[in-house]
Write a protein that binds this ligand. Structure first.
Ligand code: PLP
Length: 819
């Protein structure tokens, strides 16, 4: 690759400003001012762009130094491959990490602005769906902060996650044009371009070697986003690829002939690849596009990695390919970048001339895989026929990997032969032959990890049990984490906090900091939804993607029951209750019908409850629209109770549970994902636990499916659960037909075969836990102590801890600090 040195402002800034020093003192940063002749006053948006460009220029300087330093030291480097990054806003984070708040605050004041207002001008970069993408972003922050030689690779989607609007109909999706004005945080690298092929066929050379030729070729163009570490010079890269048509592919003949559409087909074909974050996979075309995206990321990134490896090697001495794994670690964030495996094999064999055994040795010592889910519907499987068409050479390689794996089992592990149909890579079911990506990852990676202890244990005991008996040392746990830089707002989590948990002065300070955050949140809610909420009520929040396994339905049915009871009480009785504001937020996948019904139900309940004068000073139900990183940054510091209530065994880890706990928010939750470890760290007496455990869930489901008549005869559905459902069916929240949604819950309460997520089973213990919450909140001292202990016990969940463990136990990389 060409020298990494990048000149500031090469991103094509378009604001009508010139960068000049606002004040000559070197302590005060240069912030752009209007060009001569323009009004002295900045609009907030201009002020944002000017500030961002000024901060960006500083970052680019550090980033060039970092790249040069890595190039010189040539340490082993990690490349994190992820189809998603949920970066959120960059300005506050960059200013915070560079530790220049005061200087920039001052400079903006002199221009008549407040830093807090200016940062809100920035659009979120939402190149991800939820937890998985946010994890990747937290990891980048920790890699930079820990001075690790590590980079991220991803795709530069033109349209990220949709914007959510709530109407009378429920959720509406709107395209989010985050690049409308241009992003000051990326630098286009016209010097970093790689060709990526699709379709075509395989040619056999006279010497027996193989070559993938023909088909279509598009260009991958790099955009670099600098990622600053906290209080360090080290500034790493998030390299995002954009697809462009090859210029020699543009058919000038057709264009001159007036056939503009045919002539520009190649251009629009290339543009489609990075057009949207997650093309709907309901159609064959959508599926093909998603597969193209995955390969595009893998191919461009590996070509770049190999080129850099060769450059750094060539500068010094002769070298061997067997050294590659001592210079390169590739981490696959879920199975989405699995094609990195056959692509690395192909590049090594077909381009570099390695034999199978040597290429396989290099590949398997380089690649490691993180599993994020055990949900069967979320385990990726690609149609073999689509793969043969799009990636014929890769399918040959995958077939060979599979054949060799099967031979190994037949010759060394005859005891596992009967398991081959489930553990081999190609599922040749004649109805629908598919490639099982998770199996390919496990067979080809040197390490496989889950993302919380419980999840990793389940992987080893169930999904990957047979592989564990083949490669016992391959499997690890790496409990997720979050970056405390972005996610801690008003205090720092030091173990010494524990000493102050019962100190009256400290409690008072703690309480007023929380109150300030609650007031700020209440203003935000009023502005965004028109609903006025009482900062003295208990702020109870559930924000995350809307999914049946996350059980927002359990939460809203609980709220419905609470509302009905409040209605039945006398005014005197109501006064003894704990006033609550229950907030929901989250996006439903556009074609996920039940998830969208849940959004609609929450909004309908809110409309009735919030306008009921008898009850609305004791209960409000609010749906906060368009949940994203910036909304999370507003909600989480103001939270007092948060709900992490998935069916046990279904949430691999969860990371918002960590963000809330770190901010002194108590958790009501099941023994699922990282909740288990959070509860261990903060103390079981500070956690509101309820629900079936993961090891009980399969039995509970089976009993229901088998319809054991004796059990059903004994089973008494919880009357509170029945009451909440009936009330909803009765039309208390409008005329929308909620029967299909509620019917999905009929099952383990005695009739029918539904309720896969065990909402009915867990409802009584959930409501009991909520009563314990109400009681605890009445005792201010006890609540504040629990809140302080939550923050104090959250240290483990820093992504710095997680990334240190990856660096040591999977990547084998070490700090490389820029002097
Ligand atoms: C942290 C985060 C998530 C993940 O939330 P979970 O509750 O762990 O599913 C999703 N979206 C955003 C915007 C986040 O910040």
């Amino acid at each position: 690759m060409a020298p990494a040195s990048v000149k500031p402002n090469s991103a094509g800034a378009t604001t009508s400003t010139a960068t000049v020093s606002a004040v000559s003192s070197s302590k005060v940063p240069p912030i752009a001012r209007p060009l001569a002749g323009e009004p002295e006053e900045f609009e907030p948006e201009q002020a944002y762009f000017a500030t961002a460009e000024s901060v960006r220029d500083r970052l680019i300087q550090q980033w060039n130094e970092t790249y040069a330093h890595y190039h010189k030291e040539d340490p082993k480097q990690t490349y994190y491959l992820s189809m998603e990054y949920l970066q959120g806003r960059a300005l506050t984070n960059a200013i915070g990490n560079l530790d220049i708040q005061d200087a920039y605050g001052k400079a903006l004041n002199q221009l008549g602005h407040q830093l807090e207002d200016i940062v809100e001008q920035e659009k979120d970069a939402a190149l991800g769906n939820g937890g998985l993408g946010r994890l990747a972003s937290c990891f980048l922050d920790s890699m930079a902060t820990l001075n690790l030689p590590a980079w991220g690779y991803g795709l530069r989607y033109r349209y990220g996650l949709f914007k959510q609007r709530i109407t009378k109909e429920g959720q509406e999706e709107i395209a989010e044009d985050w690049l409308e004005k241009f992003s000051p945080w990326e630098v286009v690298r016209h010097d970093v371009v790689f060709p990526v092929r699709f379709f075509g066929h395989v040619e056999v050379n006279p010497d027996g070697s193989r070559k993938w030729v023909g088909g279509d070729t598009v260009q991958a163009l790099a955009y670099d986003v600098p990622i600053p570490g906290y209080k360090t010079k080290n500034t790493i890269s998030l390299r995002l690829w954009e697809a462009r048509a090859s210029s020699d592919d543009f058919n000038l003949f057709l264009f001159n002939d007036g056939q503009y559409e045919s002539a520009s087909q190649l251009h629009s074909g290339a543009q489609q690849i990075c057009a949207v974050l997650y093309p709907g996979d309901a159609t064959e075309n959508g599926k093909l596009l998603r597969l193209k995206q995955q390969f595009f990321l893998c191919s461009a990134s590996l070509q770049d990695i190999i080129l850099r490896f060769k450059e750094r090697k060539n500068e010094n001495r002769s070298w061997k390919w067997s050294e590659f794994p001592s210079k390169v670690a590739v981490q696959l964030n879920d199975t989405h970048p699995t094609l990195a495996i056959p692509e690395l094999m192909r590049l090594l064999m077909d381009n570099e001339g390695l034999g199978w055994d040597e290429a396989w040795d290099v590949t398997t010592r380089t690649v490691a895989y993180t599993n994020h889910t055990v949900l069967p519907e979320a385990l990726e499987k690609w149609s073999q026929s689509v793969m043969w068409k799009l990636l014929p050479r890769h399918m040959e390689i995958i077939e060979e990997i599979d054949t060799r794996f099967i031979t190994m089992i037949r010759t060394t592990r005859t005891d596992l032969e009967s398991k081959l149909p489930s553990i081999c890579i190609l599922d040749n079911n004649p109805q629908k032959p598919v490639v099982r990506m998770a199996n390919l990852c496990v067979v080809s990676s040197h390490k496989v990890n889950g993302v919380a202890q419980l999840h990793s244990d389940i992987l080893k005991a169930e999904l990957f049990a047979d592989y564990v008996s083949i490669w016992p040392k391959k499997f690890q746990n790496k409990t997720n984490g979050i970056t405390p830089r972005r996610w801690l707002r008003f205090c720092s989590p030091e173990l010494s906090l524990r000493k102050f948990a019962e100190n009256a002065d400290f409690q008072a300070e703690w309480s007023s900091a929380k109150m300030a955050n609650k007031q700020r949140l209440a203003q935000y809610i009023l502005r965004e939804t028109g609903v006025s909420i009482d900062p003295n009520s208990l702020f109870d929040i559930q924000v995350k993607r809307i999914h049946e396994y996350k059980r927002q339905l359990l939460n809203i049915l609980g709220a419905i029951y609470r509302y009905k009871k409040l209605k039945e009480m006398s005014a005197e009785e109501r006064k003894n209750t704990t006033p609550r504001t229950i907030m929901f937020g989250g996006k439903a996948f556009a074609t996920y019908t039940n998830a969208k019904r849940i959004v609609k139900l929450v909004n309908d309940v809110g409309a009735v409850v919030n306008s009921d004068p008898e009850v609305n000073s004791y209960l409000k139900v609010v749906f906060v629209p368009n949940y994203n990183v910036s909304v999370a940054e507003m909600l989480i510091p103001g939270s007092e109770l948060s709900q992490h209530i998935s069916t046990a065994g279904m949430e691999a880890s969860g990371t918002s549970n960590m963000k809330f706990a770190l901010n002194g928010c108590l958790i009501i939750g099941t023994l699922d994902g990282a909740n288990v470890e959070i509860r261990e760290e903060i103390g079981e007496e500070n956690f509101f636990l309820f629900g079936a455990t993961a090891d009980e869930v399969p039995r509970l489901r089976k009993e229901r499916e088998n319809g054991l008549s004796s059990l059903i005869a004994q089973f008494k559905p919880d009357p509170r659960f029945e009451e909440a459902k009936e009330y909803t069916r009765s039309g208390a929240f409008g005329s929308y037909d909620y029967n299909p949604l509620l019917d999905s819950l009929e099952g383990n309460s005695g009739y029918g075969r539904g309720d896969y997520f065990l909402v009915g089973h867990d409802f009584p213990s959930y409501m009991d836990a909520q009563e314990r919450v109400d009681e605890a909140y009445k005792d201010r001292k006890r609540w504040l102590k629990m809140s302080i202990l939550s923050t104090a016990g959250s240290g483990k969940f820093s992504s710095d801890r997680t990334i240190s463990q990856y660096a040591k136990e999977i990547w084998n990389i070490e700090e490389c600090r820029v002097p």
